[in-house]
Unconditional design. Structure first.
Length: 86
């Protein structure tokens, strides 16, 4: 199963990227996006009082095992998904 890496972009520039060195094994890119949104939702709920003031400007920059950029998933999409459920 392919491994994908979910690096957290929390501000512009090299110093604003928390690189994921472990990654997660997921079957396909549909599951990759769903996983990114799930982790973003959990992170926002759990870590509201940490140093990042606005989670909505954060995103996951997702790469595959070869280091190729697969997709960027903005945390702001979590709000859109939750709004759709109401």
């Amino acid at each position: 199963m392919p491994r994908y890496f979910f690096s957290l972009r929390h501000r512009p520039g090299e110093n604003g990227l928390a690189v994921d060195h472990e990654g997660d094994e997921l079957a396909d890119e549909t599951l990759v996006r769903a996983h990114a949104l799930h982790v973003a939702r959990e992170t926002i709920a759990k870590d509201r009082m940490v140093t990042i003031r606005d989670w909505m400007v954060c995103s996951f920059e997702i790469t595959d095992e070869a280091g190729r950029h697969i997709m960027t998933v903005p945390f702001s999409e979590v709000v859109s998904d939750e709004d759709d459920e109401d």
